[in-house]
Design a protein around this ligand. Structure first.
Ligand code: HEM
Ligand code: SF4
Ligand code: SF4
Length: 523
């Protein structure tokens, strides 16, 4: 295994352990590590909202800018001061969350194939975020601004882009004028606008984007920021004075870390690091990867153009086009570059119902590596073999807890690409064709490798999403367990509990009418 692969594997196992540990206090839906992108967007909205207020009170004249910002913190500490602190701390939080999000996506190997676009569009966002953050500190025009402006221009001077040293010319006392500040503000508003545009591009090829975290996470984050703002208000350092060298200053390590880094190394080392890491991030997708999984395939004869696969696909890989042979009807079309091979579309297609009597079950949209027909055949063969007092069919996710070891004479395990591949009618089919109970296992909330599998599965089984499980199916005979890759024990315990519950239940009280499509296949 290469050094990179070993490093990534180690990082992913550490990340997963921390993520799973946070499930206990937060619960899956509120787990911050599972919603880093959404928290990043939320923090950005706080930055934008508070920034708008700061902009309205800011005097952009060279002599007034420092005092107009200082006024907020001193005279208007209860509003302007708090908003200024929120602006600063939400920006710091944004940097932290962005870097964690980057490391998480890298650790889980989410930088190639159908995620290539999200990955490549994410990288320029880091540069934009830092450009906006560093520029923000200059506006205050205190000694920290002076230090940052000088250090940045010195850093820029090292690049062969200016004909003469910018630091010397541009930071001479008489070169700092009102126009300079107006330009600074344009930059400080323009770069975040570019960032927002970049973020739109970043997520626009993903469906059902996690735009905002849960209400609890939003309120908790806002409360933490307000408390921080009151306990440690963001204040200016002494005013800039180009005639003196700044002394000891209040520093922001989240945004301005690059300056001390330049101090202890050199501009050459810092640029090599910045360009090197950026080039590495761009190069990651070129590394050898496991062969891509086969993509979904549409069968025109069995597609009715109902749009359900379009609504459920997590990666916006499906579009609807006019049906070539049925005027007035639509046909699903898959974009192979975007398809994740998750099978969630096959689970959503109404034609995937196993109750169709056809010898070979051909559905509207299917996965060549795990067709719905093979699922039905495997289920029928397994049901024919099951023995014992309480026969259970366990539908499991190939990426979740390992269910194979639980297969036994009274337990059939049917593996799915993602639990979202399960058409709900299979649950009813299993119960009517001989199972006493059906256990469906999906990854923990927010932990689906394909983003939405566990959500859609639960909603379909609860009757909240089409195609839904029929209400005639007795809830007591169905159990859903959320168990990710490290949760083998949890799954085993849930199976044992489910079995003992079924054992204690009268066998005939809630039975569905038996159903047999044809003579069961020979085991
Ligand atoms: C600037 C801050 C960023 C924000 C606010 C942000 C936000 C988001 C959001 C909201 C999503 C969709 C998550 C979902 O709905 O499941 C997402 C996905 C993604 N982001 Fe970012 N992102 C940022 C930066 C980055 C960076 C720097 C990278 C890496 C270079 C990156 C890589 C990805 C990838 C690979 C996905 C796809 C995840 C998947 O398909 O499961 N993002 N991002
Ligand atoms: S396999 Fe997954 S990503 Fe591909 S079209 Fe179906 S739902 Fe979309
Ligand atoms: S869910 Fe099935 S029938 Fe509906 S549009 Fe998609 S492929 Fe066609």
């Amino acid at each position: 295994m290469s050094f990179h692969a070993t490093l990534r594997k180690g990082a992913s196992s550490v990340f997963l352990r921390i993520e799973e540990a946070l499930d206990a206090p937060f619960g899956g839906q509120d787990n911050p590590l599972r919603h880093l992108g959404a928290i990043g967007l939320y923090l950005l909205w706080i930055v934008v909202g508070t920034g708008l207020y700061l902009y309205t009170v800011l005097d952009t004249g060279i002599d007034a800018v420092y005092s107009s910002i200082g006024y907020l913190s001193r005279e208007q500490w209860y509003l302007g001061g708090v908003l200024r602190s929120l602006h600063r701390y939400a920006s710091d939080g944004f940097m932290l969350v962005m870097l964690l999000h980057l490391v998480r996506e890298w650790a889980y190997g989410r930088y190639h194939g159908f995620r290539l676009y999200s990955w490549l569009t994410g990288i320029p966002l880091i540069w934009l975020a830092y450009a906006a953050g560093i520029g923000g500190y200059w506006i205050v025009w205190d000694q920290l601004a002076q230090l940052s402006a000088t250090a940045t221009t010195e850093l820029l001077d090292w690049l062969p882009i200016f004909s003469e040293p910018a630091a010397r010319n541009f930071l001479a006392p008489d070169s700092i004028n009102d126009r300079f500040f107006t330009m600074l503000i344009f930059v400080h508003i323009g770069v975040p606008l570019l960032l927002i545009l970049g973020l739109w591009a970043h997520v626009h090829r993903i469906a059902h984007v996690d735009y905002l975290p849960s209400r609890r996470v939003m309120l908790g984050t806002l409360a933490a920021l307000v408390v921080l703002a009151l306990l440690r208000p963001a204040l200016s350092n002494p005013p800039a004075n180009l005639a003196v060298i700044p002394g000891a200053l209040d520093f922001d390590w989240f945004i301005l870390f690059i300056h001390p880094l330049t101090d202890i190394s050199s501009p050459a080392i810092v640029w090599s690091l910045l360009f090197g890491v950026t080039a590495l991030l761009f190069a990651l997708p070129v590394l050898p990867h496991p062969a891509p999984t086969p993509v979904a395939v549409v069968d025109a004869a069995n597609c009715t153009g109902c749009d359900r696969c379009l609504a459920d696909c997590p990666y916006a890989a499906i579009a609807m086009r006019p049906h070539p042979r049925r005027p007035g009807l639509k046909l699903a079309v898959v974009d192979a570059d975007l398809c994740a091979g998750c099978g969630i579309c096959a689970g959503s297609c109404p034609s995937s119902t196993p109750f169709r009597r056809r010898e070979v079950l051909v559905t509207g949209i299917d996965m060549p590596q795990r067709p719905v027909n093979a699922l039905r055949e495997q289920l029928e063969a397994a049901l024919a073999r099951l023995t014992g007092r309480t026969r259970i069919v366990l539908f499991s996710c190939a990426r979740g807890a390992d269910a194979k070891t639980l297969a036994a004479a009274d337990t059939a395990v049917i593996d799915l690409l993602c639990t979202g591949q399960l058409p709900p009618a299979f649950v009813e089919y299993a119960l009517r064709a001989g199972a006493d109970g059906v256990l469906v296992t999906a990854c923990r909330a927010g932990g689906c490798a394909f983003r939405l599998g566990e959500q859609w599965t639960q909603q379909r089984l609860l009757g909240e999403r089409e195609p839904h499980l029929r209400r005639t199916v007795p809830p007591s005979r169905l159990q859903v367990v959320l168990a990710s890759a490290h949760d083998d024990d949890r799954l085993a315990e849930a199976l044992a509990d489910f079995r003992s519950r079924l054992d204690s239940q009268p066998t005939t009280s809630d039975r569905l009418p038996p159903y047999r499509r044809s003579a069961p296949p020979q085991a």
